[in-house]
Design a protein around this ligand. Structure first.
Ligand SMILES: CC(C)(COP(=O)(O)OP(=O)(O)OC[C@H]1O[C@@H](n2cnc3c(N)ncnc32)[C@H](O)[C@@H]1OP(=O)(O)O)[C@@H](O)C(=O)NCCC(=O)NCCS
Length: 138
């Protein structure tokens, strides 16, 4: 269990309860479920940061499954911006299993996700900056 500053600069973006339908045959959470939660939740974090919602996931890199999560675990998803380029934004996502009784958590998974902003024609669109509220076609 951790309670140090490994999550410094990360923002809590969502929480999920591990239910029976999220488990694999080993009775631990299915990795694809965690990746799905991270993909959507980090996307929402980025759309809010950039104030732009027409983005697609282009890559998920450096995925590390640190420890299994089990039925009843509370999964907290954290995100942090890494970089914004011309049309792409890369953010770091982390999931931890949080124990509200001990106020402690254990690391479950981390990864890096890149999204590309699209214009109305589905082509990459320029991201002006992290706080921009509009984009334009390249
Ligand atoms: C995302 C997509 C529009 C990019 O199209 P593309 O023709 O490769 O566009 P470009 O080559 O101009 O690249 C656009 C940006 O994507 C980035 N990019 C492309 N491939 C990448 C990869 N594998 N990893 C990280 N970034 C990548 C480029 O670096 C570029 O970033 P920049 O403009 O900030 O410099 C296209 O690949 C696509 O539609 N992919 C499918 C997306 C999808 O369906 N996702 C799943 C559902 S959300």
């Amino acid at each position: 269990m951790n309670n140090d500053n490994q999550l410094e600069d990360f923002v809590l973006v969502s929480q999920h309860l591990v239910m029976a339908e999220h488990l694999n045959p080993n009775h631990a959470i299915f990795g694809g479920q965690l990746l799905g939660w991270l993909d959507v939740d980090v996307y929402l974090f980025c759309t809010n940061k950039l104030r732009y919602k027409h983005m697609v996931t282009v890559s998920m890199n450096n995925v590390f499954f640190r420890a299994p999560a089990y039925l009843g675990d509370i999964i907290q998803i954290f995100a942090r911006m890494k970089e914004t380029k011309r049309s792409s934004v890369t953010a770091l996502g982390k999931a931890v299993a949080f124990d509200p009784e001990k106020q402690a958590y254990r690391d479950i998974i981390e990864c890096e996700i890149t999204y590309v902003a699209l214009d109305e024609n589905g082509k990459p669109a320029r991201i002006f900056n992290q706080d921009a509220d509009d984009t334009q076609s390249l």
